[in-house]
Write a protein that binds this ligand. Structure first.
Ligand code: NAP
Length: 528
């Protein structure tokens, strides 16, 4: 048995190793304990103070362009260590190289993107939102809106499925805005985050206190958050509900941004048949979204709606494609889908399928139970093959629209082909992160989009001219987040991604004075 690695936290400017209360981390392909984590011994109030007194002032002293240059360096460092992180992700999270790259490259790409956003903002400390408005007869009474960095800390709590990207998408925006970050990755996959944080710190470009890392529980950290702080949470709706109810968060109006569960939908519009290329794209995208990262993606497709007369054809074609998925140890070259990340995820996926069946869905493909994995010892590993369910009367069931099975599981359902009904079925999930729709019919798409838009954070349209990337990637240029059960939060989406970390202010006074407060660019002190 190889040595068990003890994860450390990075707090108050140095690495902290706990001596008790450890939680084991296991290789999900072998169930071997590979690491352990604990945050015992950390004084969380001091961690917050350190970020507020060191990281915040140093970041705010830098201009947007200087912080952008810093992000660029961090992105390069990640790229330089890509292979090492992919290997670690394979052991710690059970990812294939392609699935690990989705996380690691996504993290690097997000940092690089925000580096380019920040460079364009230039050497300024505040962002003017508008050109201003005259409030009286002369310009002696003028108003404009601006955004400035808040003086608090961003506590970034992330889910187990994106140990690198999850932190990057929060930290890139926080740092560019001038706000320090305390990262709290999900314990199960925190080794990847620990190593990544080490790589970021080794660059030497992050000011002291700009990044701290908690491996293990958060103790009383959240109860000390105040009015300038932000809790940026990604995880299950149940945990979100618990955390956002904190007395101090409500008393201080602490900002809380939540990215939670989502029963994302794919819709095939009428008029797209098995002979069409667009139909082929739909089948390919849906299967990828079911199996990528073993279905452990917040953006994965959970519900599939097709016109009733195409139900059998789509079922057949999805099954043919899903059959090609080889499930097993990512170390084996033939494997296309790794294990679920933890024993808990396996337990939850098995129960989730049982619950959907209990609600009327019929299993078409897959066992819905643990299986042995290719390249792994018999009886070991959290392997769980793809599952396709079918439900012929979508309105008769509830769980299929509300129970997120966080694994390679989706349910195929019919609708009447009308845009109005498809949009209404999307809405049954009460708020999702992403909805994908496949059609070349502009009028149908317009009606569907109008009906579905209030219930989803992003609509991906697959059409004959589309590039075929699919709906799964949360790209930094587009908003990530959705209403209702998806958490009601909003992240990324270009410059808007900085909003949670900035304070919007209306500035009033004589026009010349107001503009001088906002317009000033300082000297370029960056080297890149
Ligand atoms: P989870 O159990 O809710 O945990 C999420 C994070 O919260 C982890 O870091 C966890 O730490 C932490 N946490 C749990 N209880 C806490 C507490 N009392 N105080 C402070 N932190 C606490 O979710 P998960 O199992 O990691 O992730 C799966 C879920 O995340 C799925 O439902 C998925 O849909 C959702 N997700 C959403 C998005 C999105 O962008 N919308 C993205 C990815 C995943 P420990 O690990 O130490 O318990």
């Amino acid at each position: 048995m190889s040595q068990v690695h003890t994860l450390r936290s990075y707090v108050l400017g140095s690495w902290h190793e706990a001596s008790s209360d450890f939680v084991p981390l296991v290789d999900p392909s072998t169930e071997e304990e590979i690491a352990r984590a604990s945050s015992s011994g950390i004084d969380f109030q001091s961690v917050l103070k350190y970020a507020r007194e060191h990281g915040g002032p140093s970041l705010r002293a830098m201009t947007f362009a200087e912080r952008a240059a810093m992000l660029k360096e961090l992105s390069k460092a990640l790229r330089d260590h890509r292979d090492e992180l992919l290997e670690l992700s394979r052991r710690n999270a059970g990812t294939t190289d392609a699935d690990g790259a989705f996380d690691i490259d996504g993290a690097g790409g997000t940092l690089a993107y925000y580096a380019s956003v920040g460079k364009k903002l230039g050497h300024r400390h505040a962002l003017a939102d508008d050109d201003g408005t005259q409030l009286a007869k002369t310009e002696a009474f003028w108003a404009c809106h601006a955004r400035v960095p808040r003086h608090g800390v961003a506590v970034a709590i992330n889910a187990f499925n994106f140990p690198a990207w999850g932190l990057a998408e929060k930290a890139a925006c926080a740092w560019l805005a001038g706000v320090p970050v305390i990262a709290k990755p999900a314990t199960a996959t925190a080794w990847v985050t620990e190593r990544w944080v080490e790589i970021l710190l080794e660059t030497g470009v992050l000011p002291d206190g700009a990044l701290q890392l908690i491996c293990g529980g958060t103790g009383d950290l959240l109860s000390h958050l105040g009015s300038q702080d932000l809790l940026a949470f990604t995880g299950s709706a149940d945990t979100a509900l618990k955390l956002r109810g904190g007395d101090n968060l409500q008393r201080c109006s602490t900002r809380v941004n939540v990215e939670a569960d989502s029963l994302n939908t794919a819709v095939l519009a009428p008029g797209v048949g098995p002979d069409d290329d667009l139909y082929g794209l739909f089948i390919k995208d849906v299967c990828r979204e079911i199996t990528q990262k073993t279905g452990q993606k917040c953006t994965a497709i959970r519900r599939i709606f097709v016109p009733r007369d195409l139900l059998d054809a789509v079922q057949h074609d999805l099954v043919v494609r899903l059959r090609k998925t080889v499930t097993g140890n990512p170390g084996d070259e033939s494997v296309r889908m790794g294990p679920l990340a933890t024993a808990q995820q396996l337990f939850d996926a098995e129960h989730g399928v049982d619950e959907l069946e209990g609600d009327g869905a019929v299993k078409i493909y897959g066992s819905g139970k643990r299986c042995d994995g290719v390249g792994s010892e018999k009886g070991k590993g959290f392997f769980f093959g793809p599952v396709l369910l079918r439900l012929d009367e979508p309105v008769d069931a509830e769980l299929v629209h509300t129970r997120e099975v966080f694994g390679p599981v989706a349910t195929l359902m019919p609708y009447d082909g009308k845009a109005e009904q498809a949009a209404r079925f999307v809405a049954l999930a009460d708020g999702t992160l992403v909805t994908s729709v496949y059609s070349d019919d502009a009028a149908w798409l317009a009606e569907f989009t109008a009906g579905a838009s209030p219930y989803t954070g992003r609509i991906y349209v697959g059409s004959s001219g589309s590039a075929g990337f699919g709906s799964g990637a949360a790209l930094p240029q587009s908003q990530h987040g959705g209403p209702g059960r998806a958490g009601g939060g909003s992240e990324l989406g270009g410059l808007a991604g900085l909003d949670p970390y900035l304070q919007r202010i209306a500035l009033q006074g004589d026009r010349a004075v107001v503009e001088s407060l906002l317009g000033a660019e300082t000297e370029d002190s960056t080297t890149s």
